[in-house]
Design a binder for this molecule. Structure first.
Ligand code: PEP
Ligand code: MN
Length: 337
């Protein structure tokens, strides 16, 4: 339910509503809007809860939340969520660009890429230190050493570090180095992990599972939001279909669809979404045209020699070109980059 407070309701009245919600065995999430405050009451449905809250002082109305996800729903919060970390800003009319290698490989590699990313005007540096690989025999990441190198690249450039965390027990370590915790597609429904990244108090980039529906995706985000962490970005990275000309199928309709259903910013990953370097820039440009809030792109100084995902990684020059094209389209659709 959403408890809509009257315009000008006092803090005391809001506190009383929160207390009543908790007495009813529900959780409260306060959203302070420009005009009025709303308090979302989430949890198992309780008989009589609506009536109990309707009679509290300062309450204008109590309305049910129709979507299965609650705090993520646009019904609860009309104003768009903006996610910020270091110089990275995603949402609210600003397209945040995160770029970097699939995996952190060496000090030279990550520092070189970080300078390319910054020079091209992007604000976030990606790079996996803990890698979820399909085969156990593939490179698994430099682990803590990779995190240290990412932190060094941040110190040199001011870019926000975005890196994946694969297990709840790794969250503390990764959060010590990262500005944004990435939950990968394979872990979208790892509920203990979602709760752990929520509690880490860092912004989260949640990737859509390759076979997840939109409701499942939003309910996964709900797990993070339910910990009280409001800084969640949804990342469309492509889904599994019958099609095999691309690695995954990248549904760009996810952007306007999610914008209709949630206040959370939507980031597009054209690298995993296509799996082909030649398709990355066109899809990045298209993502900007449909008003994505952010992009996450794999780049490598020498894609042929990359330890993972080289075939979908852009060269520095191709990335600069992609950024220039995206900027032109962003301006045309009224967004900043
Ligand atoms: C990645 O970002 O390198 C990655 C493994 O992505 P995904 O979880 O979308 O497959
Ligand atoms: Mn990758």
């Amino acid at each position: 339910m959403i408890v809509v407070m009257k315009a000008g309701a006092s803090q005391q009245q809001i506190d009383h509503v929160i207390e009543r919600i908790e007495q009813l065995g529900l959780r409260s999430h306060v959203i302070v809007g420009t005009e009025r405050t709303v308090v979302a009451a989430v949890g198992e449905k309780r008989d009589g809860a609506k009536q109990a809250l309707e009679t509290a002082a300062g309450v204008e109305q109590v309305v049910p939340i129709l979507a299965p996800y609650k705090i993520a729903s646009i019904e609860v919060k009309k104003e768009r969520t903006i996610v910020e970390a270091q110089r990275l800003k995603v949402g609210g009319g600003h397209i945040g660009v995160i770029a970097g290698p699939c995996s952190v490989e060496s000090r030279e590699q990550i520092l070189e890429v970080a300078h390319v990313v910054k020079a091209a005007g992007a604000e976030g540096l990606r790079g996996g230190a803990f890698k979820p690989r399909t085969s156990p025999y593939s490179f698994q990441g430099l682990k803590e050493k990779g995190l240290e190198l990412l932190a060094e690249a941040r110190a040199a450039t001011g870019l926000a570090v975005v890196t994946e965390v694969m297990a709840p027990e790794q969250v503390k370590l990764v959060a010590r180095y990262a500005d944004v915790l990435q939950v990968g597609a394979r872990n979208m429904q790892n509920y203990p992990l979602l709760e752990a990244v929520g509690e880490a108090g860092r912004p989260v980039l949640l990737k859509r599972g390759a076979s997840a529906t939109m409701d499942e995706f939003l309910l996964a985000a709900e797990y993070i939001l339910n910990t009280g962490n409001t800084q969640v970005m949804l990342c469309e990275r492509g889904i599994r279909t019958f099609e095999d000309h691309t690695r995954y199928t990248l549904p760009l309709a996810s952007v306007p669809y999610l914008h209709q259903k949630t206040h959370l910013p939507v980031v597009i990953d054209p690298s995993h979404g296509t799996g082909k370097a030649s398709l990355v820039a066109p899809m990045a440009v298209a993502a900007v045209a449909v008003k994505a809030d952010g992009l996450i792109v794999e780049i490598h100084p020498d894609p042929e020699k990359a330890w993972s995902d080289g075939y979908q990684s852009l060269t520095p020059a191709a990335f600069q070109q992609m950024m220039a094209e995206c900027c032109r389209v962003a301006e045309a659709v009224g967004l900043k980059m």
